[in-house]
Write a protein that binds this ligand. Structure first.
Ligand code: HEM
Length: 282
């Protein structure tokens, strides 16, 4: 290591303006955690930080996903895999982040919960954009948020474009695999419905991997990602159960029951369904 002394004065003048705090806007970031409890409840800061950190990760997931869509549109499977690898790692972190809330006891949460009503993660614009971008275009949310112009507009814009899954299916077809035309949609406003012809095409690729390993790897990475999202949902549900039990949510839903009803959602249905078609019937 050099024994040269660290002398800030020796920096070039133009670098003096930019530093860690100014580049990352740390003062602005640290001014955004504003508790509502009066007097301030110690644990509310923890609650706010977890939600804000998660929203930052949702932002990054959406950012990466636009790259994933481009890679799939270009049919560059290796680049799609690279992006998915990062998104899988982020989803793993998001799931672990939910577990931090195990350190919030029901009594601690009850100490400030009433102040945040009717705010709820249910209203997270980015979470809904995330679901819609991958293909879960549940019209229920368009109706539910019909009075929320920001949410409605952002979801409607996404619905004009193919989902990640639509782009994936098209790219499989363009690569020469026997994807039926019925799996290629021309309008994207509805939730995608599984297609048995697509399932057969995916099955054939799985069963003769020699020339298709890059696609097999992509299917498995997509499944890994879908699984991480499902695990996030399940971890969030369990955390909710141990924090508020069967109480209604601050967003007005039935709470536990509502979250249970969302557990079965998957972004890439045929990649799951095809498992039952492989091997013997038992
Ligand atoms: C003590 C902590 C938490 C509790 C008790 C809780 C509770 C709930 C409940 C009951 C719902 C159902 C909607 C409602 O009626 O409110 C919900 C939905 C949701 N929460 Fe949480 N939550 C907590 C923390 C978090 C965190 C840290 C996030 C991260 C952003 C989050 C994100 C979401 C999302 C995205 C939904 C919508 C899920 C869907 O529609 O499938 N929640 N939460």
């Amino acid at each position: 290591m050099s024994d040269e002394k660290f002398e800030p004065e020796s920096f070039e003048p133009e670098y003096k303006e930019l530093n860690y705090n100014s580049y990352l806007k740390i003062p602005e970031l640290l001014s955004l955690q504003q508790e509502l409890s009066e007097p301030k409840h110690h644990d509310e800061m923890f609650f706010i930080v977890i939600h804000q950190a998660m929203e930052l990760w949702f932002k990054e997931l959406l950012h990466e996903t636009s790259l994933l869509i481009d890679a799939l549109k270009d049919g560059v499977v290796s680049r799609a895999l690279k992006v998915l690898k990062r998104n899988i790692a982020i989803m793993e972190l998001c799931q672990k982040q939910i577990n931090l809330l195990h350190t919030l006891t029901p009594v601690e949460f009850a100490g400030f919960r009433d102040r945040l009503r009717p705010a709820s993660g249910f209203q997270s614009i980015q979470f809904r954009q995330f679901e819609f971008t991958y293909g879960l275009r549940d019209n229920f949310f368009l109706k539910f948020f019909s009075e929320n112009s920001e949410m409605l507009e952002s979801l409607s814009i996404i619905c004009e474009q193919p989902s990640v899954y639509d782009v994936f299916i098209k790219s499989l077809k363009e690569a020469g695999y026997p994807v039926p035309n019925s799996a290629l949609r021309s309008t994207y406003t509805e939730i995608y419905e599984a297609n048995s012809g697509l399932e057969s095409a995916i099955k054939a690729i799985y069963e003769s991997p020699e020339d298709n390993y890059h696609w097999v790897l992509l299917f498995e990475a997509m499944l890994d990602f879908d699984e991480r999202v499902a695990l996030w949902r399940f971890t969030h549900l369990l955390m909710v159960e141990r924090t508020i039990g069967k109480k209604r949510g601050t967003g007005g839903s039935s709470g536990q029951k509502f979250l249970e009803s969302r557990l079965h959602y998957r972004f890439f249905p045929e990649l799951w369904n095809v498992r039952a078609q492989i091997g013997s019937d038992y």
